[in-house]
Design a protein around this ligand. Sequence first.
Ligand code: ADP
Ligand code: MG
Length: 613
Amino acid sequence: MLELVHIQKKYNYQNVLKDISMKLPDTGLIGIVGPSGCGKSTLLNIMGGIDKDFSGDLLFEGQSVKRKLTRYCKKHVSFIFQQLHLIMWLSIMENIRLPQYFHKEKFQSKNSNILDFKKLKISYLSLGQRQRVAFLRACYHKRILLCDEPTSSLDLQNTRKIMQLLKDQSKQRLVVIVSHELTLIEEYCDQIYEMKDGKIINHIQLNDSLPIIFPPNKKKRKTFPYLCLSLHSLFSYKRRTFQMIIGFALALICVLITLTMSQNFERQIHQYIYSLVPPCSISVQSVHQSLNDSFIEMLKGHHEVERIQLFLDDYEQLGISFKGGRYQESQTLFIGDDTAPYQNLLLMCGRMPLQNNEILVSKSTAKHLCIEDIKELLGMKVFVWYKYQTKVIPIVCHVVGITQNTTTVDTFYQRENAYIELLKEDNVLKTIKSHMGIIFINSKEDRTKFLNELRYKYPQYKFIETGASTQKHISSTMQQIKIVLYVFSSLAILSSLFLIGEVMFLNVVQKKKDYAVMKCLGAGFLDFLRLILCETIEIVGIVLLIVFIIYFQMIYLFNQFFKQIIINGVMSLSIDFSLIIKIILLSFIMVLLCQMIPLVYMMRLNTANTLKG
Ligand code: ADP
Ligand code: MG
């Protein structure tokens, strides 16, 4: 079945194997004996396809496998190593099952004789017990079983047990044993090859080989073992993995909180500016003459215009109080905005103003006016204080409604230019003189287009988009702050990338022997890739679990805090789920990228040399 044709092997110009040719049968126990250092292990590694660097040819069932040694090894060869090479971070049963992880088929092997100690850790096992585990791991049914000094460190009783087990195995397949104990080999083996200085000096045939008995029950493998295997691998260095997970989680939490904060603050600053200067108004200024009636009438003719608010020259609105008589600043609530339109606002209670001396107040202003029940305000008489030229005049008004909105500065709403009419009625104002006004346009209209039209039609006036420069200025400042935040976030992510990369690399370097063993047991590129994918999913899963628990808690606490310090609750953090999805993807890609180095390292590992070292 197996044929070695003129095999030669050199280590640093030293000929270790010199022109070895052998023809091995389908079944039987073949012994290779010779003094230590004569090249037995080297020959065995070449037979098993784990040492690929040799000259000559290797034939399996008459066909050369020299160019597909990995596949040949995976499909047809099992090993019992001289140093056993059990994987310490796996349990006994997982060690025995390991070859099944890398093959599609499942073979049942009888392992009742280890039942008495199968719950122990590998490190607690005696040498004889470990030998039995290694033997069972190799019993995964393949055509060839190669054993490198399987009994070298055993007492006679255990040696005989193992030899008998191998003898039984040799009825179903080819078993090759390397040993320096000639008597033992002579007692059990069917053929003996004697080696010296890299050459075969003698070949003895004791028994004829029997025809092959085929094959044990094959079953389709059911379980998906990589998740379990990768979890064991990850936690074989518990402290290091824990540190990596905490480090990575901290970096992600910092990034998440920073980005959430910056997004929310930006949104809230924009909202604030929007509420101060809604982007649906245009201010008009006249340098020389007063804005005259005919211009106002013409403006009203445009369908885009919703309302025109004029600012009288030499005029100021001082606020509202409940008392008339003399103006007292301490008794008066300063009103920041009395020019905003109210047509699109929702009422909390009351009705819209129908007359000039009727006003609406916003909810927040109503709260500032009376602490108890704000509905008591309805129908109440208030004094609105105006200063015109040198006179300070209180004008009696009635609160007829409260709007639902919260305003950042105290606000009341009046009919269009109501105060001008009221001042006129009071005989304070005789002729209207105004050099400035605000044109509110319907929110659906295109402000820029209308602005250009106005500039074209009325070149004597100056038209400006209200709030445009403030918006622009704030946006560019926010942009700069965001860039700084992004730079710091990227640094946090970069440093955790190094951390993960380092830990992963250290893990794989320390476990290189284990990975070499897995390669001998049939693990290929796809198996390692799956292993790494599972490890990535596990790391990312644990990290994200920690991150989200802490993140949601922090957002909740922040919001509680903001609620307490800011009365009307304008400030609150909301969670951006697209950001969360981005973070999940980012962390997955990051860990996967870091895992590529170990993957390349695993694949480039020289199996034969790693196992010797
Ligand atoms: P055996 O198993 O018969 O005791 P080996 O096959 O392990 O012998 O080694 C055969 C010879 O090859 C020894 O002289 C050893 O020093 C040499 N050798 C084995 N592996 C290497 C290696 N990786 N680099 C250089 N020389 C090696
Ligand atoms: Mg050896």
